[in-house]
Design a protein around this ligand. Sequence first.
Ligand code: MOS
Length: 710
Amino acid sequence: MSQVMKANSTNRKDGLAKVTGTATYAAEHQIPNLLHGYLITASIAKGRIKSIDTQTAEKSKGVIAVFTHKNAPKISKPSNNFINSKIYEARLPLADDKIHYAGQIIGLVVADTFERAREAANLVKIAYIAETPIAEAKKATFKKAASVFGEDMEYKKGDFEKGSFTDVMAGAAAKVEATYKTSTELHAPLEPHAIIAQWQNNNSLTVYEPTQWIGGSQRTYSELFALAPEQVRIISPFVGGGFGCKAFPWPHGILCAAAARKLQKPVKVVLSRRQMTANSGHRSETEQTLRLAAQADGSLQGIEHTAKSLTSEVDVFTEPCTGMTTVMYAAPNLRTYQELGVMNVGTPTFMRAPGENPGLFALESAMDELAWELGIDPIELRLKNETKEHQRKGLPFSAKHFRECLQIGAEKFGWQNRSKKPRSFTRDGKLIGWGVAAATFPGLRSSGTVKVRLLNNGTAHVLTSGNDMGTGAYTVVASTAAEVLGLPVEKVKVELGDSLFPNGGLAGGSQMTASLIPAVMVACEEVLKTAQAENAEAAFNSLRQSQRVAFEATGSSAPGAEGKQWAFQSWGAHFCEVSVDEEIGRLQVTRWVSVMDIGRVMNAKTAASQVRGGVIMGIGHALMEECKFDPNLGNPVVYDLATYHFPSHADIPRIDVAFVGEPDLNFNPAGARGVGEIGITGVSAALCNAVYHATGKRLRELPITPDKLI
Ligand code: MOS
C-alpha cells in the first residue's frame, strides 16, 4: 500500500489580496468615461416580439442608447468549433425577434449611470406573441444525443456497446434496475458575470471579464468582431468562482462589446442574480437508468447506463452522464446510451464535473444497491469489479491507486465498525448511517507557455495568460518556480490572466495545473540556461556583475504521444456519516473522509481546499440545490442566492482529506493530474448510500429535501 502523500504547503499567494479586497475583479476596474449597460430580458419563454417601444426609455435621463433586435449592433458569426472559438449560446444576441426562453436578452440600455440604465430599461414597452413553452422535462421530446463533450472528443455520442445485454439480466444471481434523477443546478459563483468592454477606434478591443480561458476568449471575441487575435486583449487576473460558467463569452458579454464599439465608449454590464439564473448557464436535470447484473460472488456480468438530459432551443449541450461508467467497472456486457430533449430554458453548460457528477450519483448508488442485494461489502464489490483498463480506449491506466483510496479511507473512517443492517445504528435518538462511493475524473492536459524573468532586484517574475479561478494557480506556479530556481517562494512574483502574456491554457476540465506546471518547469530551466547559472542566486550575481537588468526566457510544454499508450485518470473515495431525525426530516452530515489519487499533489493546502470545495458543492447537489422552471411561464422559480439553497457553514462537518498514489510521470514531467473537479464526483451517492444505511430508504431523486425523509 502506498503511503499518504506529503506535499509542499505554501500559503495562497493571492490570499492577502483577496481577504483585504485589493484583488481586482472585472467589474471593479476603474475606467474613465465608463458607461453602464442594463439588459432588457424577455418575460415570456416562447414566441415573438410583436413590438418594442423604446421611445420613452431613449428620452429618459442619462440614456445614451437603447439596442434591440431592430437596431442590433454588428456582430460576426464565429466558427464556434471549440478550437478557434467557442460561445456558450450559438444564437447571437438580438439576432431576431424570436424568444426561446424566459430571461433571454432582448435589449440593452446604455446610460451614464447604472441606476439610470436600469430605470430606462423598465420604461421599454414590449408586446409579445406568446406560444406555450415547454418548461418541464416530461413534456420534452427526447432524441438520441447528437453530441456530448465528454472526456475525449471522439466519445461524442455518449454511447458504448460491448457484448450483448439480452439474457444477461435473466441469468443474474443479483440485479439492480433503477432510475435516478438529479435536478437543474446553478453555478452560483460568488462573483457575478460582468464585463467592461473598451475599444480604441474600431480595431482594438480590451475586455475585462472573468474567464477560465484567456486564449479562447481572445480568439472568440476577435472572430465576433472580425479582428485578429492580437487586436483583442483579455484581462482577467481574478475570477470569483466559475465552475464551468465562465469559460466562453455569453450573450451579455458579446452584446456589451458590440454596443461599446458602436458607441466608441467603454461600457460595463453586470448581470443581476436574477439574470444569471436565467441566462448564464446551469447544469441540466438528468434522468438515468442503471441496470446491473452480477454473479453470486459479486462479479458484474452486465452494466447498462442510459441517460437523459435537456438543452435549450438555441444550442446543443448534453450532460455527459455515461462517460465514466465504462471507465469505473469491468463487465463482459456493457452498454451506455444518451438522449437529449429540448426545452424553453436557457442553455445548459459545463458545471463542475459535467457528466461525471450526476453520472456517478447513479452508478455509485446502483453499486451500493447491488452490494446490499448480494450481502457483500460495498468496498469489496467495487474492488472486485474495478477495471484494469480504460474500456472505451482499450488502454491501460498510467497510474491507478483506487484500491488505496478505498482502503486508506476505510481505515481513517473506521469502516470495519459499520453495522451490517439498515436502521441499526442510533445516537441521541437519531438514526445514523455510513456511506461510501467512488470518485473519478479524467486526467486532461493541453499546452502551456510561460515567461520567466530574473530581475536584478533579486526577484523572479513568472508570467502567463493561464489563470486562477480560485483554485490556487498563483500559489502552485510560484512554488514550482521557487523550487526549480532555488529561491524562497516570497521572491517569486506571479502574474496571470492577461492575454498579453504567453498562452497558458484553459482553467477547465481540471487541467490548468497539468498544463501549466510543466511549462513553468521548462521556462525556469530555460532562464537558468540563458543566465548560464545553476540557480537563481548565481544568476542574480551575474546580473549584478554584468549590469544587466534581467534574464528572460520562455518555455512551453505540451502533451505528446503518451495518450496513445496510456489512459490518464484520477481516482478517489468518499466516506460519510449522516444523522437523520425522521420526525422532522432533518438530515445532518456529521463526518466526511475523502481520499484522492491525483498523481503528484502540487500543494497540500490548495489541493485539499479543492477537494473540500468539491465535497461541499456535492453536498449541496445532494441535499439542497434545485432550480425549477415555472411549468406555465418557463421562468426559473429561484432567482438569487437566498432562494437557491446551497450549503452554509452549519451544514458542513470537518472534511478530512488525504492524498495517496504517486507522481504520474507518464502524464507530464510534473506528475500532476490536477484536482479541481474530482472532489464533487461520488459525493451525492456516498450521501444517499449513508441515508439508506441510516433509514432503509433508497432515495433516487435529488435533492434529498426534508419531505423525502419523513
Ligand atoms: Mo469545469 S466544468 O471544466 O470549468
